[in-house]
Design a binder for this molecule. Structure first.
Ligand code: 4AD
Ligand code: MG
Length: 479
């Protein structure tokens, strides 16, 4: 479909050119003499209209069936779509309904995402909105890849099965096998699905200087929130020979600015806004109140994209200590009331993060130098201090909170050794990691970005479960 529309638009295909289209029937309209069918194939959001001058040719068509149709191109300069196809010979129905008269599951009226996930988890990509999220994911990967290859990074492929819990948060899924019906440690030792590939990425960095990867990550999170999945994709990067946290933050900022601009140039924002407006209309047409999910408006999505790319001013950067003062002052001033009190030395709650980005920065904001007791063992203590804070940052965005987390890494053998011991982690499982600090260690740093969080944010979907094809969360792994 996209190919035909493109070639009809630029004149490569002319009026009366013979064209063949494969796709699914989205809708059929039969009149006495003539009939129309809208065909989609997911290559783009647009459909192609088939026009049957003799409606009897279209008698077999119904919503959902897959077809192959050959006809004559008709250029339609006055309409939104550049062309339609005039059909005069019977078209081929490739796949009819398996059970005749069984109702097509995707209704034309507005269906909530929650309903689609529950009732039709494997059919939902046939809706325009969900197909578009998958295309957005694909475009995002290619724009991010372009950024990294232009910036001298090598894409690498670290393992997903590991022997350690990188973040030390105790959220790992353990692996067991059942060979001969006996629960065994397949690898002869404890093994887990990775929560982050960072440690292996650091090993790869020691050979390649600048590395990145996009992989699944797994976390046994018991809280089922709109920002957490048990299986999600994480983009991680690691950079050698840097002693400045600012360097890592500026890479994150450039990466997002570059990719979002490319995506906007490719028409992705326009497309999302168009679909949001369509959804709004559909929703108005059905009984309001049926939809219990929170929504993101088209205007909000535009603001989000623009806050990433609008001006050349660097995004705001404040320390954790400054963030605490800002939050406490806002509470004292009665600008805001939080559910959780703002306590120095406590981690920022999601409501605090959202306020900092949404109300204080009104856009993305980096919070740096958190107290070391909140953060994993591998972070570099802030130099020339007594080690109360670490050289780390979280990038927060409005409505969502944390999108990216990163830090400089402890690169000194002795200090890392004692940090591992202090953390209470299994030192033998981390000996290979510690050894990276033996021969030619380098100051370095890196970051990890939740890929679905980015998709959620840019795609204007409220719940992270809509940003991935087959979401997994606690008690949910059926499809
Ligand atoms: O902040 P996190 O836990 O950082 C790390 O794992 C580091 N080792 C990354 C690194 O420096 N290489 O996770 C990184 C990002 C978070 O900022 C968040 O966007 C996302 O991963 N994330 C999740 N996304 C969806 N579902 C979850 N359960 C997530 N947990 C983290
Ligand atoms: Mg984090």
């Amino acid at each position: 479909v996209s190919d035909i529309l493109y070639k009809a638009g630029n004149g490569t295909l002319k009026e009366t050119s013979k064209v063949t289209v494969h796709g699914w029937v989205r809708s059929v309209r039969k009149q006495k003499k003539i009939a129309f069918a809208q065909i989609a194939d997911g290559s783009c959001d647009q459909m192609i209209q088939l026009v049957f001058l003799d409606s009897s040719i279209a008698s077999e068509l119904k919503t959902g069936v897959s077809v192959r149709a050959t006809g004559d191109l008709v250029i339609t300069p006055t309409r939104a779509d550049p062309c339609e196809i005039s059909i005069s010979t019977p078209i081929q129905v490739i796949g009819d309904y398996a059970i005749p008269d069984e109702a097509y599951p995707l209704q034309k009226k507005f269906m909530t995402q929650e309903f689609l996930r529950r009732e039709h988890p494997a059919q939902r990509f046939r809706t325009r909105v969900n197909a578009n999220i998958l295309r957005l994911r694909s475009l995002t990967v290619s724009c991010l890849s372009e950024f990294f290859s232009e910036s001298g990074f090598t894409q690498t492929h670290p393992p997903l099965i590991t022997s350690s819990d990188c973040e030390g948060a105790g959220e790992v899924f353990s692996i067991s096998s059942s060979i001969d019906n006996a629960e065994t440690k397949f690898f002869g030792q404890d093994s887990y699905l990775t929560v982050s590939t960072q440690l292996h990425l650091e090993a790869l960095m020691m050979g390649l200087s600048r590395v990145w990867t996009l992989t699944p990550a797994f976390r046994a999170e018991e809280s089922a929130t709109s920002r957490h999945l048990s299986e999600f994709w994480m983009l991680e990067a690691e950079v050698a020979f840097t002693e400045e946290l600012e360097h890592i933050m500026s890479i994150v900022e450039q990466m997002i600015r570059f990719s979002v601009r490319k995506m906007k140039d490719a028409g992705a924002l326009e497309q999302i806004v168009k679909l949001k407006e369509m959804l709004e209309k559909q929703k108005l047409a059905v009984n309001e109140g049926e939809d219990d999910e929170e929504t993101v408006t088209a205007a909000q999505v535009i603001t989000r994209w623009n806050s990433f790319i609008a001006n050349d001013q660097p995004w705001m950067r404040i320390t954790y200590a400054e963030a605490i003062s800002v939050l406490q002052a806002a509470v004292a001033d009665r600008q805001v009331e939080f559910i959780h009190a703002v306590e120095d030395g406590e981690s920022l709650k999601s409501e605090h993060e959202k306020w900092l980005a949404g109300n204080y920065a009104r856009g993305p904001i980096f919070i740096t130098q958190y107290p070391s007791h909140m953060k994993p063992f591998y972070m570099l203590p802030t130099p020339n201090t007594s080690g109360q804070t670490v050289e780390c940052f979280d990038l927060l965005v409005p409505d969502m909170g944390e999108l990216v987390g990163g830090s400089l890494r402890e690169h000194d053998f002795a200090r890392l050794n004692s940090a591992i011991e202090l953390s209470g982690m299994d030192t033998s499982a981390l000996s290979w990691y510690l050894e990276l600090r033996k021969w030619g260690t380098v100051p370095h740093g890196g970051f990890g970005m939740g890929f679905e969080r980015l998709i959620c944010y840019l795609g204007g979907v409220y719940n992270i479960r809509e940003a991935i094809a087959f979401p997994r969360w606690i008690d949910h792994c059926a499809c």
